[in-house]
Design a protein around this ligand. Structure first.
Ligand code: 5SP
Ligand code: FE2
Length: 238
């Protein structure tokens, strides 16, 4: 059984940052141990793009206090459990589409937990969210993709919101993450549907003031009852 926090989190996706300054960029948007970064691992096979793997995450880890939310868009996630744990991943999220059966999924969840990482499962836009229902009791998070995985900077798919609503209705305390094309203009839609972990790449890194975008997006999550009562809202910076 996993403990679901339903706490509000904005997760800047480092795919959208200046990669030549990875550590500085991570600290610019996620300076404290209360903050999060989202790290997209792509293998050029499950998705038509390459990014980075455990060696880059391992190099970044000593320079960052943030929680490392690692999204594995790879065909063989089981291969990378040990390396990711050693690199310092805090959450290991794999795609349900690459699992051959329920048994394989259950043993991967077990391996991730045995390696002391939290475990999430992601679903692509064309995958029904019901595919993850049998595993939710053992998961820390479900990730609903709001773009086809593979690239940052794509347009948000609003038609994924019914999946978020379905998850939130069935699992009131589950941490539900959304990822792809999200920014201040559409976060309310995600939060209203019930998402409490929001990945944001381009909208954060292209902003003049990324911290302001993060704080205002966090307020949207809280405003819709995901995490804290209205009275506990974090004040916006002056
Ligand atoms: O997993 C992915 C893309 O496959 C994402 O994490 C994106 O990197 C988010 O970036 P934006 O869509 O917010 O620019
Ligand atoms: Fe991602």
């Amino acid at each position: 059984m996993s403990f679901h926090t339903r706490s509000p989190a904005i997760l800047p996706s480092l795919l959208a940052c200046d990669l030549a300054k990875l550590a500085d960029e991570a600290n610019r948007v996620a300076p404290t141990s209360e903050d999060y970064v989202h790290l997209d691992v792509m293998d050029g096979h499950f998705v038509p793009n390459l990014s980075w793997g455990a060696p880059v995450i391992k190099c970044l880890k000593p320079h960052s206090k943030a929680f490392f939310d690692v999204h594995l868009m790879v065909s063989e996630p089981a291969k990378w459990v040990k390396d990711m744990a050693e690199a310092g991943a805090n959450m290991f999220t794999f795609h349900i589409e690459v699992m051959k059966d329920e048994q394989e999924t259950r043993s991967l969840i077990q391996a991730i937990k045995a390696a002391n990482m939290k475990c999430g499962i992601a679903v692509k836009p064309k995958t029904a969210v019901s595919t993850v229902f049998p595993f939710v009791d053992d998961l820390d998070l479900v990730l609903v993709m709001t773009v086809e995985p593979g690239f940052g900077g794509q347009a948000f798919m609003a038609d994924m919101m019914p999946k978020v609503e379905e998850l939130r209705e069935k699992f009131p305390n589950l941490d539900v993450e959304v990822d792809g094309g999200i920014g201040p203009n559409n976060i309310d839609e995600c939060a209203k549907a019930g998402a409490n972990w929001i990945v944001a790449g381009s909208s954060v890194f292209k902003a003049k003031n990324p911290q302001e975008v993060i704080v205002s997006m966090k307020r949207s999550i809280e405003k819709h009852g995901n995490g804290k009562a209205d009275a506990d809202l974090t004040p916006l910076p002056a």
